[in-house]
Structures are given as structure tokens and as C-alpha cells.
Design a protein around this ligand. Structure first.
Ligand code: ATP
Length: 134
């Protein structure tokens, strides 16, 4: 019998997910990747987006703000810059982040870091897209 797969999503601040799962999909830098039990070792950079994982008969979702995923010996470790489970996403906060970034990008002043504002906008959009799936 195949060994169960273990998923851990950690950030510098907290452990966000620590579960036995039967499937994981994540936002790899080269596109979405899927992991089933028995997967070969893998190391991938992640872009901000959605992690999907199956716990028993329940499909769950989390946001990751970029980072790295490593698959080895039926364990998938995601080291994320920031992450929340779908239920923990604060919609109003994401909306505020979206508006802030939009405002900065629509009328940039010399002190605005465009790349940073674009990254913040992207994180807010990814969080809002995830919440919209509920
Ligand atoms: P903000 O400007 O609102 O902080 P951000 O995209 O810059 O948004 P991150 O750098 O991705 O935030 O994350 C910083 C911390 O705040 C992390 O702990 C992350 O989990 C948390 N966080 C950010 N936005 C939200 C949100 N909408 N709901 C819940 N937690 C959030």
C-alpha cells in the first residue's frame, strides 16, 4: 500500500497547515503542479496563488504568497513568505490592500516602488479570487 502523503505549509511566523492528505496542487513558478502519494522528489519555487489539498473527502484551499515547495519521501513541505487557510483570509483586509495598490499604481509618485505595489496587488487579487470560490 502507498504511504500517506503529509502536507506542511509554514511561514516565518506560523504553521498554517499540518495534515495528512491524499492530493496537493500548488502554484509552481512553471505552472500548477500536482502531487499524489508516491511522487518523485521535487523542488519548485512558488508564485503567489492557491494550494489545493484533499483531506479525506474534503477539498481544502490555502493562499501562499510565494516561496518553495519540496516533495520528498511522501512529505510535501511548503515554505511560504506568507500563507493563510481559505477560512482565515480577511476579505476586508484583502480589499484594502487591493485598493491601496491600485491607487499607488494608477498615480505613481517618484517614491512609489512599482514592483512592490504590483506584487501587493497580485497577492490581494489571489486572496480575493480564493475567497470568491467559497
Ligand atoms: P497587507 O498589506 O494587508 O499586510 P500583504 O499582501 O502585504 O497584505 P503579506 O506580506 O502577504 O501581506 O502577509 C503579511 C502577514 O499578514 C501574513 O501573516 C499574512 O498571513 C497576513 N495577511 C495578509 N493579508 C491577509 C488577509 N487578507 N487575511 C488574513 N491574513 C492576511
Amino acid at each position: 500500500m502507498t504511504k500517506p502523503l503529509h502536507l506542511e505549509i509554514v511561514t516565518p511566523e506560523k504553521v498554517v497547515v499540518n495534515e495528512t492528505v491524499s492530493y496537493v496542487a500548488g502554484p509552481g513558478i512553471l505552472g500548477e503542479f500536482g502531487v499524489l502519494p508516491g511522487h518523485l522528489p521535487l523542488l519548485s519555487a512558488l508564485v503567489p496563488g492557491k494550494v489545493t489539498y484533499q483531506v479525506g473527502d474534503k477539498r481544502k484551499y490555502a493562499f501562499v504568497g510565494g516561496g518553495f515547495a519540496e516533495v520528498a519521501d511522501n512529505k510535501i513541505s511548503i515554505l511560504a513568505e506568507s500563507a493563510e487557510q481559505l477560512e482565515d483570509i480577511d476579505v476586508e483586509r484583502a480589499r484594502r490592500a487591493y485598493e491601496r495598490a491600485r491607487k499607488r499604481l494608477s498615480a505613481p509618485t517618484p517614491d512609489i516602488d512599482i514592483v512592490r505595489a504590483e506584487a501587493a496587488l497580485n497577492r490581494a487579487i489571489q486572496r480575493l479570487n480564493l475567497v470568491a470560490m467559497k
